[in-house]
Design a binder for this molecule. Structure first.
Ligand code: MTE
Ligand code: MOS
Length: 754
């Protein structure tokens, strides 16, 4: 059986379940020191002085550093390059790092960090999108507090609205979402010979960390090596932020010439690391009498926090996805990332799209209700199909399974029997059913196309095992397993022979970040390219043994054979490898893959924004207690078109995990601040997440509309399972109660009249 398409066991499962896997906090190096961070106690203020005298005299303290001690540049290199490693002049959010302490133990480091005295003159902070937009508020970034903005326009908006039979105007708001990965952020920096620095740690994007460490140390790139250790979840939260920790640990390690460990406790991880951006969506949509969308005017605002970090890229994805998977001729989409005095927001599964999807999918449900059209039917009527164009004018010319995901989710959920108008629901506990559809541009798209490439190397060892090095990372999503499946089939060997090692910048060139669900597609294609070079060499050895010409021989699943006599003239992999080594054939190969082209016109937002799209339909069933306002999500049917399911069981695992994160986003998760902008609930006791008790029955459905450029047709979909859950739940809550919740999360107090 081919490896691709089989639910083969995960390569990393055994070590993870029996506790052998080594996470960063499990590592220790001789002479290692421990680091603690001194943080701003206020949201905004002038940093007038840092007094380290008392702290420096405390037990075990080796060194305390501030921004002035940085030998390189005090900026994390990313997009707009405006986030300092350590604050200078001003502090701009509660929890911002100001100084670092290295000590012999973690406890000593923490005690000394608490004794560092900060002289801060507090200033009035800007705490929301609306405040940031207000011209009377302080200017945090340039003259308008806007980090970044985009526009998409085509058609004739005025004429579109004039032609519309109905025009709907609504506002929606979405909250922060914390990644809540099981393993907190952590790094160990280890100085080496000849001025080198190796940093080990938990991360998604070793090449971003590489850039950051060479920036803060001001050293040559060849001196820096980044090694990813087993990473206990990322979900976007370990995209840009690990660069800050790595920079901090490397700074101390380089000044002290000793290894330095920096691992966050949960409370500081929540206070200081990135989150999903709060969103504000102002939607105006015009339709004809049948609910066909004719015009859309959308404004999308995100709360970027105190530094731009990834906001420009997150915002770009949200902009392209702002209308959802629908056709519309007359469009104006404007989007803005706003500066505030809160923690910088960044990537979180869906990357700026769950906010707009909540708005768009809630609105289309409102339209259906007003026009008395079935919520499924209105989506079918407007949905993207082969031959239609997206809001950026991109022709969908292949691999579009949207309609099939709708059909299958509707059938499996028994929609037709279960859907009733809210007015027909009664009783204290009411059930409801709701739907959402989404599309998702795979990879970085035109917004980050210069980074959209990947390398991979492959080495056939003397015993025939194949070692693969990739430039993307495993963070729990199963990359090392599915990439081994792709590599095995591409090379013609069996899955048990192929191993993907953890990512190390010394072995692979910069392959871009491990985000945007791009790993399967990008690293899969890079491995296929390497296999394309290696396989002919294996065949050359096999042909020698078979006394045939190489072109007469093929190699499939570890058996080489003469194509015309597959059963009789064959040779086993072990013998081929022996012959391969006797012939001194080159046992390694390197593959390089560049993503198909994408375009985006800055003035009009027109172009082929992404090279391909994945699609999904979610149907949620909920139960609402009308007396307490409590919502229970009972069941979610999730149909996904990811091109090809390389490992169906892992696809189902991704759907289950992402769906539960979506349930949390919909019904319980939010970050609260006090009036001064201090975060109030930076602990798992107060930041409420769904547990297994809250998990609905999740029914995954795989739909495969292969993409011609994908490895075995695969597109990429790791983020999609979360993206459409919140509106499906909100629409189900409406269907149960007749109440439309436009400000997430859907908490009991919003459903009952207190
Ligand atoms: N699944 C697990 N178990 N852990 C994770 O951290 N991250 C998600 C998703 N699924 C994540 C996960 C996010 S945000 C992305 S971008 C993709 O996986 C990245 O992996 P892929 O490129 O292999 O799809
Ligand atoms: Mo995922 S948010 O693109 O790391």
């Amino acid at each position: 059986m081919p490896a691709v398409g089989s639910s083969l066991p995960r390569k990393d499962a055994w070590d993870k379940v029996n506790g052998k896997a080594k996470y960063i906090d499990d590592y220790s190096f001789a002479g290692m020191l421990h680091c603690a961070t001194v943080r701003s106690p206020v949201a905004y203020g002038r940093l007038k002085g840092i007094d380290t005298t008392a702290a420096a005299a405390m037990p075990g303290v080796c060194r305390i550093v501030t921004a002035g001690d940085i030998p390189g540049v005090n900026v994390n290199p990313l997009v707009l390059d405006d986030q300092p490693f350590l604050a200078t002049g001003f502090v701009r959010f509660h929890g911002e790092p100001v100084a670092l302490v290295a000590a012999d133990t973690y406890e000593h480091a923490c005690a000394a960090a608490a004794a560092v005295k900060l002289d801060i003159e507090p200033l009035k902070p800007v705490l929301s999108i609306r405040e940031s937009l207000d011209p009377a508020s302080p200017r945090l970034y340039k003259e308008d507090n806007i980090f970044s903005r985009y526009v998409i326009r085509h058609g004739d908006l005025e004429a579109g609205f004039a032609r519309s039979a109905h025009v709907f105007e609504r506002e929606y708001e979405t909250p922060y979402q914390e990644h809540a990965y099981l393993e907190t952020q952590g790094m160990i920096a280890v100085p080496g010979i000849e001025g080198s620095m190796t940093v080990y740690g938990s991360m998604q994007c070793p090449f971003y960390v590489h850039d950051a460490v060479s920036a803060i140390l001001g050293c040559q790139k060849n001196k820096v090596r980044i090694v990813q250790t087993t990473t206990g979840g990322g979900f976007g939260g370990k995209e840009d932020f690990p660069s800050i920790l790595a920079g901090h640990a490397a700074l101390l390690a380089s000044l002290l010439e000793r290894p330095v460990k920096l691992v966050y406790k949960r409370e500081e991880d929540i206070i200081a690391s990135s989150k999903r951006h709060p969103g504000l969506m102002k939607m105006k949509v015009g339709t004809d009498a049948d609910g066909k969308i004719i015009a859309a005017d959308i404004q999308y605002y995100v709360d970027g926090g105190a530094a731009a970090t990834l906001s420009p890229i997150v915002l770009w994805r949200g902009t392209v996805h702002a209308l959802g998977p629908y056709v519309c001729e007359n469009v104006l989409i404007r989007s803005f990332a706003m500066a505030t005095n809160k923690v910088p927001c960044g990537a979180y599964r869906g990357f700026g799209s769950p906010q707009v999807i909540f708005a768009g999918e809630s609105l289309i449900d409102e339209i259906a209700d007003t026009l008395k059209i079935d919520p499924v039917e209105i989506r079918r009527r407007n949905g993207l199909k082969i031959g239609t164009k997206t809001v950026t004018g991109q022709l969908i010319d292949q691999s579009c399974g949207l309609t099939e995901t709708i059909d299958k989710a509707v059938a499996k959920s028994d929609w037709t029997r279960k859907w009733q108008h809210p007015s027909a629901r009664s009783g204290q506990v009411r059930r409801g059913i709701g739907i959402s559809t989404v599309y998702y541009g795979v990879g970085l798209g035109a917004g980050g196309k210069h980074l959209d490439r990947a390398g991979a190397s492959m080495l056939i060892m003397k015993d025939g095992t194949v070692q693969c090095a990739i430039g993307n990372t495993e963070m729990g999503q199963g990359a090392r397993t599915i990439l081994a499946q792709i590599a095995a089939d591409a090379l013609g060997v069996t899955f048990d022979k192929v191993f993907v090692v953890e990512t190390d910048t010394a072995f692979v060139p910069d392959s871009g970040p491990t985000v945007a669900s791009r790993t399967t597609f990008m690293s899969g294609n890079a491995l296929s390219a390497a296999a394309k070079e290696l396989k002919p060499r294996l065949i050359e050895a096999a042909a020698g043994l078979l006394g045939a010409k190489p072109e007469e021989v093929d190699l499939v699943e570890g058996v080489a054979f003469v194509k015309t006599a597959r059963e009789t003239k064959r040779v086993a992999y072990a013998d081929i490898v022996k012959e391969f080594y006797l012939r001194r054939l080159q046992p390694s190969a390197f593959g390089w893959y560049i993503a198909p082209d994408s375009t985006f016109d800055k003035e009009t937002g027109q172009g082929n924004a992404y090279f391909t799209y994945s699609y999904a339909t979610n149907v949620a069933e909920v139960e609402v207690d009308m007396q307490t306002g409590e919502v229970r999500v009972l069941r979610i049917v999730a149909a996904h078109d990811m091109g090809r399911a390389i490992n169906p069981q892992q696809v189902e695992g991704q759907i289950e995990g992402g769906t539960l994160q979506g349930v949390g986003y919909a019904t319980m998760e939010e970050i609260r601040h006090d009036a001064q902008g201090r975060m109030l609930n930076n602990a798992f006791a107060t930041y409420i997440l769904p547990t297994t008790e809250d998990a609905p029955e999740i029914e995954p459905i795989i739909v495969e509309h292969g993409y011609s450029e994908g490895p075995y047709g695969a597109k990429g979909f790791g983020e999609v399972p979360l993206m459409g859950i919140a509106p499906a739940v909100a629409n189900a809550v409406f269907n149960a109660t007749g109440r439309r919740i436009r400000i997430m999360p859907i908490k009991p107090e919003k459903l009952i009249d207190c």
